[in-house]
Design a protein around this ligand. Sequence first.
Ligand SMILES: [Zn+2]
Length: 401
Amino acid sequence: MTTYRARVLAPVSSSEVRWLNDAVVVVDGGRFVEVAAFDGRDVDEDLRPAVVVPGFVDSHVHFPQTRIVGAATGPLLEWLAKSTFPEEQRFADPAFAAQIATVFCDRLVQAGTTLAMVYGSVHPAACEALYAEVERRGLRVIAGPVLMDRDCPDALKFPAEQAIPALRDLVERWHGRDGRIEVAVVPRFALSTSMALMTAGGELAREHGLWVTTHLSENPIECQVACDMYGTADYLEVYEQAGLLHERSVYAHCIHLSDAEWDRFAAAGAVVAHCPDSNFFLGSGNMPTGKVRERGIPLALGTDIAAGRSFRVPRIASSAYDNGLWTGLTLDPRELLWWATAGGAAALGHPELGKLEVGGEADFVTVDVPEWAETEDEALGWVLFDHDARCTGTWVRGQRL
Ligand SMILES: [Zn+2]
């Protein structure tokens, strides 16, 4: 059992947080056993003035783009061709992949991210290196190799006859490992993944109850190419035809969808991975947050490394606030914290994570917040909007990583 004294900021719902400027947090057996106002007892460690918040949830991050943050070669299709595809080819070497997996996990820990939905390269062995490092470090991921077989460099084309059996093998060996690793089906996007491969991936996902994740409606030219390529009336219809739109599917970006697409998206129970910093860096546009909220669509935040420029989910929450204002919506910081933690975790199938509730698994982080921030609003402001704030510690199941 470990007893901490700290300041505590925890989401209760999308509109309510719990703020304790002087608290005791007791962890035992990997779970919270007490979170309460400080009562003068002896503690093992005094974490003040840092603020304890739940571990952050990143719903969209690319492992093989760890080294190319800041590649200023956008917009999207140019950035993929010039910066992304050349780098991802290097992951054919499992030793290189293992080396970058350690850096990637370092960055997640430093950012305070305890659960991430991760895109690999096409190479199953590279994804396996990631799973192994995640297992060793104690993080949580939902991750898979990207599925690609068209309109990309030959070295990154991996046809369904090879990709699906390789993915099935990863599922058998890694899915559910220690309750912290889930294998996902990850068609890169309609422009690089054939209908046959998308459909086969969707079937595998249904067979094993896996998450599906891909990119949707990020860039206007991409949208037009997708409709032309598949002869559909809109972009979403491509994924509907492939059997990929359902309540275990997560779609990154979702910027240029029509109201009809949003209605079908909502009816299917799919999830939005909102990646505002990436959307700004590639000039992709503003995700219409209001359309998501009014339809009750689940939303999680995504860094989208490396089109996004920070592994820090609070940095993305801050961009989500800016994006909201640009679309005529003033977001409550409580809702941003919700998306960054419990709401994001729930959207990814883990409603038990992302809160500091007694009985819950003890995933939490400490964030550097100045002592003078003493009220709930001040604490929220510094945790979410101070771009220089450091995460000073990251714990999963009560273990400091
Ligand atoms: Zn992405």
